[in-house]
Design a protein around this ligand. Structure first.
Ligand code: PSU
Ligand code: MN
Length: 304
C-alpha cells in the first residue's frame, strides 16, 4: 500500500472482503456547494450509498495524508473551511503531501486515490471538461486526462454547459474513454436531461454497467469509464433559462479575467447566485441519484 495513504478501517475491510465500496469527491463539498448544505449533502450521500448496499469512501487530503474514507467530523471540517481548502488536482498532490497540508480532491485526484485504495467506482455531480473557448485558452480539465489513464468508473450527471460538451466528447473519444448513458442515448447536461449530443452506448441496468467494468478490466484497458446519469425529470431545469444564466456567468468570468483553477468554482458560484438557489436544489438531487446508481453498480460488480 502507498505509504502516504490512509484507508479508513471500514473501507479497508470492505475492499479486502470484496464488498462494494463507492468513492466520493471532496471538492464538491468545499468548492461546489455552500455551507451547511455541502455537509448535509455529503452526509446524506454517504447514507444513500449505505442504503443501497455499499460502503461510502469520501476522499480528501488532510494534513498531508491521502484519505480514503472520512469521518463525519472530517467532512464537517472540510465543509466549514469551504473555499479556503486548496482545490487539489494531480499537479498539487506531491506538494500538499510534502507540506502536510489539506486538499479537497477533484474528480482527478479522487480517481487517483480511489485507484490506490482499490475502489473501482466513484459517484459525483459533474466532471470537468473542455471549456468553451479552449481553442485559445487551452483550458481542458485534468479530469479528462485522468479518465484516459486511471481505471475507475465515474458516475456523473454529464457535464454543465459551462463547458463545450461537443469538444469534451471529442477529447474522450480520442483518449479511448467509453461514455455510457444510463437509460438514455443522449448525453445529459447536468441541470437538464438532454444536450442534443449522443453517448457511445446506452446501458439500462446496474448489472450491465458492472459487466462493462469487468470486461474493461479483463481486457487490460487502463482507462476509466464515464457513466452519465440524467437528473431525475422532476428536478431538471428549463434548458433556456439555465443556458442564459450560464452565458451570463461566462461573460462575467471573461470580463473579470478569471482563469486557471478558479474558472470552474467561479462559474458554479455565479450560476447558483443568479438562479437564487434553484440550481443548488437540482445539484443536490442529481448527486443523490448518482450515489444510488453507483452503489447498485458497485454491488453488482462485486457479484461478478
Ligand atoms: N463541475 C461541477 N461541480 C463540481 C466540479 C465540476 O458541476 O464540483 C468540480 C469537480 O471537483 C471537478 C472540478 O473535478 O470541479 C473540475 O475543475 P477544473 O474544471 O478546474 O478541472
Ligand atoms: Mn481548467
Amino acid at each position: 500500500m502507498n505509504k502516504y495513504l490512509d484507508i479508513n478501517p471500514e473501507v479497508a475491510q470492505a475492499v479486502a472482503q470484496g464488498k462494494p465500496v463507492v468513492a466520493l469527491e471532496s471538492t464538491i463539498i468545499s468548492h461546489g456547494m455552500p455551507y451547511p448544505q455541502n455537509v448535509e449533502t455529503a452526509l446524506r450521500v454517504e447514507q444513500i450509498i449505505r442504503d443501497n448496499g455499499a460502503v461510502p469512501a469520501t476522499i480528501a487530503i488532510l494534513g498531508g495524508r491521502l484519505k480514503a474514507g472520512l469521518t463525519k467530523e472530517e467532512i464537517e471540517y472540510l465543509g466549514k473551511k469551504g473555499q479556503d481548502v486548496i482545490k487539489a488536482s494531480r499537479r498539487d498532490l506531491a506538494a500538499l503531501v510534502a507540506k502536510g497540508e489539506d486538499g479537497a480532491t477533484t474528480v482527478t485526484t479522487t480517481m487517483m486515490i480511489a485507484h490506490m485504495a482499490g475502489i473501482p467506482i466513484f459517484a459525483t455531480g459533474g466532471i470537468g471538461g473542455v471549456h468553451r473557448g479552449a481553442e485559445t485558452t487551452m483550458d481542458v480539465s485534468a479530469d479528462l486526462e485522468e479518465l484516459a489513464q486511471t481505471g475507475v468508473t465515474v458516475v456523473c450527471a454529464g457535464a454543465k454547459a459551462i463547458l463545450d460538451l461537443k469538444l469534451t466528447l471529442e477529447y474522450l473519444e480520442t483518449h479511448g474513454v467509453p461514455v455510457l448513458g444510463y437509460q438514455t442515448e443522449e448525453l445529459p447536461a447536468f441541470y437538464t436531461r438532454t444536450s442534443g449530443l449522443q453517448v457511445d452506448y446506452r446501458v439500462d441496468t446496474p448489472e450491465e454497467l458492472a459487466k462493462i467494468m469487468k470486461v474493461q478490466r479483463d481486457l487490460g484497458l487502463k482507462s476509466g469509464i464515464l457513466v452519465t446519469n440524467p437528473i431525475p425529470q422532476e428536478y431538471s431545469m428549463d434548458a433556456d433559462r439555465i443556458n442564459a444564466v450560464i452565458d451570463q456567468a461566462i461573460q462575467e468570468a471573461n470580463e473579470k479575467g478569471i482563469h486557471g483553477k478558479e474558472t470552474t468554482p467561479f462559474l458554479l458560484a455565479k450560476v447558483k447566485e443568479i438562479t437564487g438557489g434553484d440550481s443548488l436544489d437540482a445539484n443536490i438531487q442529481l448527486v443523490f441519484n448518482n450515489a444510488r446508481l453507483a452503489a447498485r453498480t458497485a454491488a453488482a460488480y462485486c457479484k461478478l
